[in-house]
Design a protein. Structure first.
Length: 113
């Protein structure tokens, strides 16, 4: 969860995607005030979880991301995003390789509370 890039450093997301070989990968790119921007490269299912104190923003760059919440599923295509409110149980999953950006507080535990 260490910040990879300092302010004013170029962030090369395509290079990060090319280097990654894992099905679930999460890298903090930069810190913006009290929040961080992370890149996630995912395939398959994550577990149900929530963040009691923090909202979480997902924005898909490539692929397709589904986020199950109680009672429905949100489908994100490239160049679409959604904010999951704090306290909401959710489960992200992807049928194939998906690349997304996430913005959240720097103190959030990505695994959930």
């Amino acid at each position: 969860m260490n910040v990879k890039y300092k302010h004013l450093e170029l962030i090369d997301v395509p290079a990060i995607i090319e280097e990654n070989k894992e099905k679930w990968f999460n890298q903090t790119l930069t810190q913006v005030n009290d929040s961080v921007v992370r890149v996630g490269i995912v395939q398959g299912e994550y577990h149900w979880h929530k963040h009691d104190q923090d909202d979480e923003f997902f924005f898909v760059l490539q692929g397709k991301l589904f986020i199950d919440i109680e009672g429905r599923t949100i489908e994100l295509e490239p160049m679409t995003g959604v904010t999951i409110s704090k306290g909401v149980m959710h489960r992200p999953w992807s049928p194939g390789k998906t690349v997304m950006l996430m913005m959240e507080t720097s103190s959030i535990d990505p695994i959930g509370d």
